[in-house]
Design a protein around this ligand. Structure first.
Ligand code: PHE
Length: 338
């Protein structure tokens, strides 16, 4: 028994001396002094020994445990000191020094995200057509995102947009349309405004569905605005954005905040593509915005940006857009440095 204890102790001390990292230390600890370690086994067997041997074996086992524990602590301190020293060398690098000319990494600046590139173009074009740029919060309330847009609680249209609900009736806006309400409440007609930004939907994610994407919302309120005005303005805007002549067509569609409501398709690279939702602002929505529907009318549209970017560059998975992978992003160097 005493021989066995001596062997355990010697094996442990040798292993500790050779241990090169903290994991190796823990392994020695587990198999020697740990609850299921070799010394614990010995102590558990003491009861079976003749009475006159128990004291000697018990004392030897405890002495061995103390010796191993002391060696363990010493080695741990030494290894930790080594690690600190290594970190110290790293931190001693002067990160403000310019990279050497032959640095192994490319010294490129950032590039502008392809979604942001398109957003900037859209904003430019809209400003050129006399629209003001507005901004709205990502965290909206139920009132702006739904109720004021003619989507009262319990309305089935609430289920058409899977919503990230927060607390106290707040939510992540599911579309940019709440900015219509904000624009009308803050301004007096005539109004020409667009808002571009992130929207959020609690969707199953796949190659065509992302929880965060981008929309541009447009609102025009003036005297006797009709569908003809809307088509004319939108066609001009889209042609500028896509930098080509386009044909457009309207299909009737239902959005509670416009009447009549449409989806607009455009020809893009020889094909019809569904591009945006639009329509004449519903009189109740004008009223919610504090605008008198007897005196004013208007049109609104909402267009997704991300799908256009996918089409433009032939990207097959929308999740790349928010993924932040530099290997993806660096392909869109626009010549403009961020
Ligand atoms: N907000 C609608 C959507 O996200 C789009 C839309 C905007 C439709 C304005 C009509 C008028 O689907």
């Amino acid at each position: 028994m005493l021989d066995q204890i001596r062997d355990i102790e010697q094996e442990a001390l040798a292993a500790l001396a050779a241990a090169s990292d903290l994991d190796a230390l823990e392994a020695v600890e587990a198999r020697t002094t740990g609850k299921r370690g070799a010394l614990a086994d010995v102590l558990r067997g003491i009861g079976k020994l003749p009475g006159d041997q128990r004291t000697a074996v018990g004392q030897a086992a405890n002495a061995a445990r103390k010796a191993v524990e002391a060696a363990l602590e010493a080695r741990r301190t030494a290894l930790e000191a080594e690690r600190e020293a290594a970190l110290g060398t790293l931190e001693a690098l002067d990160l403000t020094q310019p990279a050497p000319g032959d640095a192994p990494w490319p010294r490129t600046g950032g590039t502008i995200h392809p979604v942001q590139q398109l957003i900037r173009r859209v904003e430019d074009v809209c400003q050129g057509m006399g629209f003001d740029l507005l901004d709205g919060p990502w965290v909206e309330d139920e009132q702006h995102n739904f109720t004021a847009l003619n989507i009262p609680p319990g309305h089935p249209a609430r289920d058409m947009q899977d919503t990230f609900w927060l607390t106290d009736g707040h939510l992540l806006r599911t579309h940019t349309s709440p900015v219509q309400i904000r624009a009308m409440r803050e301004r007096t007609p005539p109004i020409r405004a667009v808002a571009v930004g992130r929207v959020f939907r609690n969707e199953e994610l796949d190659a065509t569905h992302e929880h965060t994407f981008h929309q541009i919302e447009g609102l025009l309120v003036d005297r006797e605005v009709n569908v003809g005005h809307m088509v004319h303005v939108l066609r001009g805007l889209i042609a500028e954005i896509l930098e080509s002549d386009v044909e457009v067509r309207l299909r009737p569609a239902y959005f509670p905040f416009v009447e009549p409501g449409f989806e607009m398709d455009v020809t893009y690279r020889g094909r019809w593509m569904e591009l945006l939702g639009c329509g004449l602002v519903h009189p109740d929505v004008l009223r919610q915005g504090g605008v008198d529907p007897a005196a004013w009318s208007g049109f609104a549209f909402g267009m997704g940006i991300d799908r256009l970017v996918l089409l433009k560059y032939g990207i097959e998975d929308i999740r790349h857009l928010m993924g932040g992978d530099l290997r993806f992003l660096r392909q869109f160097g626009s010549g403009v440095e961020a």
